[in-house]
Design a binder for this molecule. Structure first.
Ligand SMILES: [Fe+2]
Length: 274
């Protein structure tokens, strides 16, 4: 079987803008690692906070162009695109004139994150406003927001509004603990998830290697077609501004455990006695 290809929609390889790569050497090491793992395209997603202004935007654009030319000079065969990881704020709606708000400025997809510890009130409103503009928001790593773990119906509401879901590869491999891993795997099994991305910050622990590890881990629970969609085909569509079909969430995803158990008992009885 040929080596799987990847397109990564979320990582912090552009140096000096956030908590990702610290200098050009680290940027080059990260992108070189991505190339060696058969990652064909990287979307730069530096953190954009609600302090975003023209100065930040100019710095981001200049730094990305510089990094791109250095990577071309070094002959590393990875295609680079630009966006940002937009920290949740009503101000996101004021940023659409910046060419990094949507993926490669395609005005179709953007990546946003929520605060790690508090659920904001008006996430649904932001999703609605984006959809009015024809933009599909992608929520970064919902499994990492522990406050959502017992409120997955919130996530379902956003999903129904047209928000797509990106899970971190490190969550799948257990890098952030068992409960986050559990939620990540359940969301994938429940067909909630559209993308798996590295959220790489460096070349060791939070690196592109987690993508490869997550893909092989997931072979236990999903088929090859789904793996290709999660790690390659859907990211490619998002970068090209093409429509991504949302799968049907499994019917019993929100059924209480007792209901799920009853269904299993019924299923087993039928298999044994029919
Ligand atoms: Fe990130």
């Amino acid at each position: 079987m040929s080596k799987p290809e990847f397109i990564d929609l979320h990582s912090h390889f552009v140096f000096g803008l956030d908590d990702g790569a610290r200098d050009l050497d680290e940027t080059l090491a990260m992108v070189d690692q991505a190339a060696s793992l058969n990652i064909k395209q990287l979307l730069a997603t530096p953190h954009a906070t609600d302090l975003t202004d023209d100065v930040f935007s100019d710095q981001l654009l200049r730094r990305f162009r510089f990094v791109k030319s250095e990577i071309e000079k070094a002959g590393i065969p990875v295609k680079l695109s630009l966006a940002a990881e937009l920290f949740f704020s009503k101000r996101i709606l004021e940023w659409f004139h910046y060419p990094w708000t949507t993926f490669d400025n395609n005005l179709r997809y953007l990546l946003f994150e929520l605060p790690l510890y508090d659920l904001p009130d008006d996430v649904g409103d932001l999703i609605f406003q984006c959809r009015l503009k024809g933009i599909t928001p992608i929520l970064a790593h919902p499994e990492r927001y522990v406050y959502l773990h017992d409120k997955l119906s919130k996530l379902y509401t956003w999903f129904q509004q047209g928000c797509l879901i990106q899970i971190n590869a490190g969550s799948v491999t257990g890098q952030f603990g068992a409960s986050i891993q559990n939620v990540a795997l359940n969301l994938i099994k429940g067909r909630f998830v559209h993308f798996i991305a590295s959220d790489a910050h460096e070349t060791e622990r939070r690196s592109y290697k987690t993508l490869i590890e997550a893909r092989s881990e997931l072979r236990r629970i999903v088929d090859e077609e789904t793996l290709d969609a999660l790690f390659y085909a859907n990211p490619k569509k998002a970068l090209n501004g093409e429509t991504i079909k949302s799968g049907e969430v499994k019917d019993d995803f929100f059924a209480p455990r007792s209901e799920q158990l009853k269904r299993w008992v019924k299923f087993i009885k039928r298999r044994l006695f029919s």
